[in-house]
Design a protein around this ligand. Structure first.
Ligand code: IDP
Ligand code: MG
Length: 138
């Protein structure tokens, strides 16, 4: 096993709903270390780089609008296998069907909007984690 670092974002819906503390609590309760944390009002350029893989998809523009709609809390978390571990804590992308016990499953739901407002982002690989940490903790 190796100690990894991952990028976690509390998206604008999570911050607006006052769930930042609950999400941090779950990360810490799992035993991961909070290595860095910052409040970010992201600009379009940062978000376009962050979500480059989704450019051209139907939900891309609404996703950027959503991510621009309010402050985001960016977290660098560390621990053994934290990348897949946090993805597991977060749950499936669609909060309606995300498993109970996960952040999205317990706290998220479908609000009938164009974008799935699913509270959190977590890097999905070591390559993504390095790239994304470089963007948000430049
Ligand atoms: P992930 O956040 O679980 O890794 P991705 O497929 O990387 O999911 O999508 C990035 C974000 O785009 C999702 O978290 C969600 O907010 C939004 N999204 C993904 N798929 C859809 C969709 O089919 N409709 C609306 N929004 C979506
Ligand atoms: Mg993703």
């Amino acid at each position: 096993m190796s100690v990894e670092a991952t990028l976690i974002l509390v998206k604008p819906d999570g911050v607006a709903r006052g769930l930042t503390g609950e999400i941090l609590r779950r990360i810490e309760a799992k035993g991961y270390t909070l290595a860095d944390i910052r409040f970010v009002n992201a600009d379009r350029e940062l978000l376009a780089q962050h979500y480059a893989e989704h450019e051209g998809k139907p939900f891309y523009e609404p996703l950027l609008e959503f991510m621009l709609s309010g402050p985001i809390v960016a977290i660098k978390a560390e621990g053994e296998r934290v990348i897949e571990g946090f993805r597991s804590l977060a749950g499936a992308t669609d909060p309606t069907t995300a498993a109970p016990g996960t952040i999205r499953g317990d706290l998220g739901r479908d609000w009938g909007l164009k974008v799935q407002q699913n509270l959190v982002h977590g890097s999905d690989s070591t390559l993504s984690a390095e790239r994304e940490l470089g963007l948000w903790f430049a």
